[in-house]
Design a protein around this ligand. Structure first.
Ligand code: NAD
Length: 461
């Protein structure tokens, strides 16, 4: 099939590479000229396991190309996926301006029947706005055109994306489910047939497609993320209670995870969730609910618990040093919001770095993918970066971060941090103190090894 993906970010690139890998002719459009130039040279601007190889292979084999021309993208496609950003606005609603800008351009270039797919995470009702925007652009063309030429038809479909960064290629190739929201009219039925065809190769060993109406599909994505975030905040609340009661949240986790109705996924206590999706989607669904005259009381609490969790962790560190971090050096392992990605959007580490510096500490940071303040805090003002620069240094290996440090803080559970040489670590640190925001180690083992160890919801060793 001929597929166009608009937006060469995480979702766009993974979708484009995977559709191309399965034999489709794919054009990926991005308005960022530098990004397009890089991608044409097979330089992939994000780190995602397996993605660079897939892009290079499909570029070489002629199934995948990159352009900044929406005209080219629209004219090429049977199906066009909109996978642009939907960042949070100041009022915590989702900013759909990139989606609607793409829709406007689609309307400007549409020349034959096209299935337009919202793959971006968008508030309920956005498909209607996309349809109206395309129709308005078509009407404008009709006014400008001479004669009564019939304008092309199109369908708008919702197909939310559920991939996880760090395992995105695998998730896209082997999805748990493929949600397709379509209208019940003739264009909708035609769109459903084409969408089923496009996803058939991902669907071979069992039926994964779930067809529903457009609004339900849009809401499904928010419901999924809100529920996953709820599991995380629930466990963090429970971990804080475990702390207060002298119980161990890891033992509790195993005790409840073994119940198949609960399951082991997303019930780890820690520093809370971050990333480009959960924080903004949780905020946006609360906003949507308020606009609809409802309140998401559970999800609002999920947000509050998540915000408090990071601060609680910093307060622990501060308390250990009797309320003053002035002159202390803190080694920090892990900056990305989760392992196996280079994404730092809403990463808990950013809050921790800012707070440690505000409390007077020097931070020596290590991350396999993040090597500078510019990378950790993109978009931050030069003045703020300069303020932080004299307090934050980046090192190339985890052990050298610990040299002479008063404590080690773990913020991301990269595999490389899971089995350090504890003997060497104890010697390198000025004091054998570890604050583990990801509960990587066993407190009793750590005590035996001579560490003062604080996890989240674990008995302090
Ligand atoms: P991103 O910010 O990494 O990339 C978006 C890209 O779109 C950028 O390269 C930008 O230049 C381009 N763009 C913006 N407007 C454009 C336009 N009008 N024409 C052409 N290109 C344009 O975004 P992302 O992380 O890939 O997320 C995209 C959407 O998918 C969001 O709605 C997000 O919530 C959703 N989502 C993301 C993930 C994830 O893990 N990142 C997972 C599921 C869903």
């Amino acid at each position: 099939m001929k597929i166009t993906i608009v937006g060469a970010g995480y979702v766009g690139l993974v979708s484009a590479a995977c559709f191309a890998e399965l034999g489709n002719q794919v054009i990926c459009v991005d308005r960022d000229d530098d990004r397009v130039a890089q991608l044409r040279a097979a330089q992939v601007p994000i780190f995602e396991p397996g993605l660079a190889e897939l892009i290079a292979k499909n570029l070489r084999e002629g199934r995948l190309s990159f352009t900044n021309s929406m005209r080219e993208g629209v004219r090429h496609a049977d199906i066009l996926f909109i996978a642009v950003g939907t960042p949070p606005k100041g009022d915590s609603s989702a900013d759909t301006s990139q989606v609607l800008a793409a829709a406007q351009e689609i309307g400007a270039h549409l020349s034959r029947f096209l299935v337009v797919v919202d793959k971006s995470t968008v508030p309920v009702g956005t498909a209607d706005k996309v349809r109206e925007t395309i129709q308005a652009a078509l009407r404008q063309r009709k006014q400008g055109a001479s004669g009564g030429k019939r304008l092309p038809d199109f369908a708008v479909v919702s197909n939310p994306e559920f991939l996880k960064e760090g395992a995105a290629v695998e998730d896209f190739m082997r999805p748990d489910r493929i949600v397709i929201g379509v209208d019940g009219d003739a264009a909708g039925r035609k769109a459903e047939t084409l969408m089923r065809q496009a996803y058939a190769p991902f669907n071979r060993n069992r039926e994964r497609v779930i067809v529903m109406d457009v609004r339900s599909a849009e809401l499904t994505k928010y419901a999924a993320n809100a529920l996953l975030a709820t599991k995380i905040s629930f466990m963090n609340d429970m971990a804080n209670l475990a702390d207060a009661l002298g119980a161990d949240i890891e033992q509790v986790r195993k005790g409840i995870g073994s119940d198949r109705r609960i399951g082991y996924d997303f019930i780890y206590a820690g520093l809370g969730y971050g990333g480009s999706c959960f924080p903004k989607d949780v905020a946006a669904i609360c906003h949507t609910a308020r606009e609809a005259g409802e309140r998401m009381r559970v999800v609002e609490a999920v947000r509050a618990v998540n915000d408090a969790q990071k601060e609680r962790f910093v307060a622990r560190i501060e308390a250990h040093f009797d309320g003053s971090l002035a002159g202390r050096t803190i080694a920090l392992w892990g900056l990305t919001f989760k392992p196996a990605t280079d994404d730092v959007r809403e990463a808990p580490s950013r809050h921790i770095v800012r707070r440690l510096v505000a409390l007077g500490a020097q931070v020596k940071a290590h991350d396999p993918q993040v090597h500078s303040l510019e990378q950790l805090m993109p978009g931050e003002s030069a003045a703020q970066l300069n303020r932080l620069r004299s307090h934050v240094t980046f090192v190339d290996d985890p052990m050298s971060a610990c040299e002479g440090a008063d404590a080690l803080v773990i913020a991301t559970e990269w595999k490389a941090y899971r089995s350090p040489d504890f003997g060497a670590l104890r010697k390198l640190l000025a004091a054998p103190v570890i604050f583990d925001g990801r509960n990587l180690f066993d407190p009793a083992d750590m005590r035996r090894l001579g560490f003062h160890y604080q996890g989240v919801g674990r008995r302090t060793a």
